[in-house]
Design a protein around this ligand. Structure first.
Ligand code: CFM
Length: 550
């Protein structure tokens, strides 16, 4: 970079302690006490040794940003795989509203490639199925999908009523698997199964790990340096950009879980030599299981941010410890960075000193701070919808996390080394030597340590608190999703969707960073937002009402 990156400078207009009081003031005492533990104020720069309450139920009545367990299982984990037929067992709404609403892209351009993503498969349960049971209808739906598409595999996703009436999707899956001779598996991912979509990730990943991974030893691609990319979902084409960079570096991406993936990529994932974890929340336990069962070590990477991308590439090269690879990686970074620098030289003078807030899922509220940092912008407040304590505080807290009834509901698999497939990629001595040289395995330090002092970290933010934060801080941009977008913009603050990227992207890698700089520049420097006035701001309330106690 020409100009050195300005360090996080933070001087929020408001004292965060005051802001926190303001956020909690309207709650009944019990709710206030709970929310208070989910609102964390950074006292110093760097890591701190305090807990944040997370991965707990949302108080009923609060308008949360969260989604359901079915969404995490069907939409997030299995959704991006193009050649599995995904059947929603349930009323049509669940299938319809999870159809093509996440911008996970896929490349089905190869001749003969199957792509079922454009189809919405559902059993469309009716009243009589709820009363008399829906298993027969499910079996018929599987048969019909098979007859039409002849897919390699079929997955069944349970919605809330399926669990309530007790349909056994697993028994139907077993029966149809035997009958049709293809892999068919069901998920007990009823929407209410966990406190958020995070439970759905776990249910999906467990089954993919036990039913699919390791069933083929013929990966589509092979090479001297082969990796799996874990927790990268190809939103807006991010995985395409990462694949482009990897190919240039001579690194083979064996399987991506699950952006732009195929059934066979999962089935042969045990063949790769390193797992690289992007989204820690949605998949860290799979990385652990791949290591225990197959001997594949894992490292944390982040391809959001040009500097973070360079750092992650160097980390991968350091892992393989090959001179040729290292120099090729350096060459790629040197080739790609000028484009990034040119964009920053133009844009940063306009974005420098501006402020952002980020409230999304379980990893982007952290990763995207890198891009804002590169733009000279400060993230005043951030938080996850459904992150766990380790995503906030770092993995060292995992042994101290309380297991409550809700988390006990989600199966933890007991995994052992596979007698046929286990192959230690590194000896304990090699791991030790690499660690001594600064490479960290199985490590994630979490969001809190990276936030500057006097910023706020808020778990499971709700609409009321979002409105309050905006009133108090007036950030230059607020990052969240479609549910928040228009209410925030009506307050005169632009909202960048960081789930779907609005219509933009990719934002990963070097080219992605440039896309992001341009999009944020347009948003934070547009005058239009300051001119927005909702009718009720100009003319007073449009509708008034009062409570009548009966
Ligand atoms: Fe991981 Fe994701 Fe996220 Fe996530 Fe998601 Fe997503 Fe997200 Mo929306 S897997 S935790 S469940 S990075 S769909 S691609 S954007 S909430 S921050």
């Amino acid at each position: 970079m020409d100009a050195p990156m300005k360090d996080h400078l933070v001087s929020p207009v408001l004292d965060p302690e005051e802001a926190k009081k303001e956020l909690l003031a309207k709650y009944p005492p019990k709710v206030g006490r709970k929310r208070s533990q989910q609102i964390y104020i950074k006292e110093n720069d760097g890591a701190e040794d305090r807990e944040i309450l997370s991965n707990v139920r949302t108080v009923p009545g609060i308008i949360t940003q969260r989604g359901c367990t079915y969404a995490g299982c069907k939409g997030v984990i299995l959704g991006p795989t193009r050649d599995i037929v995904n059947i929603t067992h349930g009323p049509i709404g669940c299938g319809f509203y999870s159809w093509l609403t996440r911008r996970n892209q896929t490349d089905a351009s190869a001749p003969g490639a199957e792509n079922f993503i454009p189809y919405a498969f559902s059993t469309d349960m009716q009243d009589e199925d709820i009363i008399f049971g829906g298993e027969k209808k499910l079996a018929a739906a599987i048969q019909e999908a098979y007859d039409i598409f002849k897919p390699k595999a079929i997955a069944i996703f349970s919605t809330c009523p399926v669990g309530l009436i007790g349909d056994d999707v697993h028994a139907v899956a077993r029966k149809m698997k035997e009958k049709l001779g293809i892999n068919i598996f069901g998920f007990s991912c009823e929407g209410y199964k966990g406190v958020s979509q995070s439970a759905g990730h776990h249910i999906a990943n467990n089954k993919i790990f036990t039913e699919v991974v390791g069933t083929s030893d013929k990966p589509e691609r092979s090479g001297k340096f082969s990796i799996n990319m874990l927790g990268e979902y190809n939103i807006g084409g991010d995985a395409f950009e990462i694949d482009r960079i990897m190919e240039k570096c001579g690194i083979t991406v064996n399987a991506t879980f699950s952006g732009n993936s195929t059934y066979n990529d999962f089935a042969s994932a045990q063949m790769a030599d390193l797992s690289c974890v992007m989204c820690h929340r949605s998949i860290n336990y799979v990385a652990d299981m791949l290591e225990t069962k197959y001997g594949i070590p894992w490292i944390k990477v982040n391809f959001i941010g040009a500097n973070a991308t360079a750092k992650s590439l160097r980390r991968i090269a350091a892992h393989f410890g090959d001179k040729e690879l290292t120099s090729r990686v350096e060459k790629v970074i040197a080739e790609e960075m000028p484009l990034v620098e040119t964009a920053l030289n133009q844009i940063k003078p306009r974005t420098n000193g501006k402020t952002a807030m980020i409230f999304v899922g379980g990893s982007r509220a952290h990763h995207y701070q890198e891009l804002f940092h590169e733009l000279g912008m400060t993230t005043l407040a951030a938080g996850y919808e459904f992150g766990h304590r380790d995503d906030y505080e770092g993995r060292h807290v995992i042994p101290t996390i309380k297991v409550d009834a809700d988390s006990r509901n989600i199966e933890e698999l007991e995994v052992e080394a596979s007698p046929e497939h286990y192959r230690a990629r590194l000896t304990p001595e090699e791991i030790k030597a690499k660690e001594e040289a600064g490479l960290k395995f199985k490590d994630y330090e979490g969001l809190i340590g990276d936030m500057p002092k006097k910023t706020m970290i808020i778990d499971d933010l709700n609409q009321f608190e979002a409105d309050k934060l905006i009133e108090m801080y007036k950030p230059d941009v607020f990052c969240a999703g479609i549910k928040e977008k228009y209410s925030v913009q009506k307050m005169g603050v632009p909202l960048k969707q960081l789930h779907s990227y609005d219509y933009g992207g990719p934002y990963a890698g070097f080219r992605g960073a440039v896309n992001y700089y341009k999009d944020i520049d347009r948003m934070v420097n547009s005058k239009v937002w300051s001119k927005v006035k909702a009718p009720w701001q100009a003319e007073g309330p449009e509708l008034t009402a009062c409570f009548v106690a009966g």
